[in-house]
Ligand binder design. Structure first.
Ligand code: ZN
Length: 259
């Protein structure tokens, strides 16, 4: 379940990512009553089997059966905030029907990783962001220079807007462009459309290649040194938000917890 809103004294409106119907809104009557048998399986972030019925344009919850409750997500406000951000991205993406099982699996693996602290939270967030962008058609070209198609050497630049990596030679050719390094600081607004590029280390390039190609269940099984993790995390967040063309209030909330 991606989102919930309390209604009246005992009811909730649930936003649910389903295998067959995509993202739907479900009305859950009496769900906040302690006596309700569905109270633990219809909680935020839970992975459950739902039996629904449809009345008019609305789905109603008849019964639910818990598969995984991701308890860890509700015991720590930072984990909770990150999970809420992951769910709001899923909600945004899951309107493309044929990819729903992929999004569903990716979201479940990510919530599990956050809940059980399988890796650094920053790494989980960034890997999810780059992977979800790739799943939805924004996979960056990381295996050759996107300008000259040449081999990539140790000094490379990630180009957020064009979704690729540029080699040192091409970077020098483009040196006259407005150039942002790891920040879109107000100093750079000579151009109305600044080029968003990041200097990346070989470790960051390897990590990017890893997250766009790794098997789903191995997505978070890699490590980065602190400095590379900072760059990786900025690259992935900026890349996803740029290509979606929007921000998320859940991301602002998560950042207010961590910064
Ligand atoms: Zn090049």
């Amino acid at each position: 379940m991606l989102r919930e809103v309390a209604v009246g004294e005992k009811d909730k409106l649930l936003t649910v990512l389903t295998h067959d119907l995509g993202v739907i809104t479900v009305s859950a009557k009496g769900i906040r009553s302690v006596k309700n048998p569905n109270i633990s399986s219809a909680q935020l972030f839970c992975y459950s089997n739902f039996v629904l019925y449809k009345k008019g344009d609305f789905y109603w919850l008849r019964e639910s059966d818990l598969i995984e409750n991701f308890y860890g997500l509700r015991s720590d406000i930072e984990k909770y905030a990150l999970a809420a951000y992951i769910c709001s991205i899923a909600e945004d993406f899951a309107c493309v029907d044929e990819d729903i099982p992929i999004v569903e699996r990716l979201v479940l693996n990510t919530l599990y990783a956050i809940s059980n602290e399988l890796a650094d939270r920053k790494l989980i967030k960034a890997a999810f962001e780059m992977r979800v962008a790739s799943v939805f058609g924004f996979m960056p070209d990381l295996f050759e220079c996107s300008s000259c198609m040449g081999e990539l050497n140790s000094k490379t630049v990630f180009d957020v807007m064009n979704g690729g990596v540029i080699c040192e030679k091409c970077r020098q050719r483009f040196a006259a462009d407005v150039y942002l390094i790891r920040d879109d600081s107000p100093d750079s607004y000579e151009s109305l459309e600044p080029v968003i590029r990041f200097d990346i280390t070989p470790d960051v390039l390897s990590a990017l290649k890893y997250v766009v190609t790794a098997k789903g269940e191995r997505l978070f099984s890699f490590k980065l040194e602190k400095e590379s993790l900072e760059i990786f995390s900025e690259v992935c967040e900026k890349y996803l938000l740029h290509h979606l063309g929007r921000g998320f209030s859940t991301l602002d909330f998560y950042k207010s917890m961590t910064e």
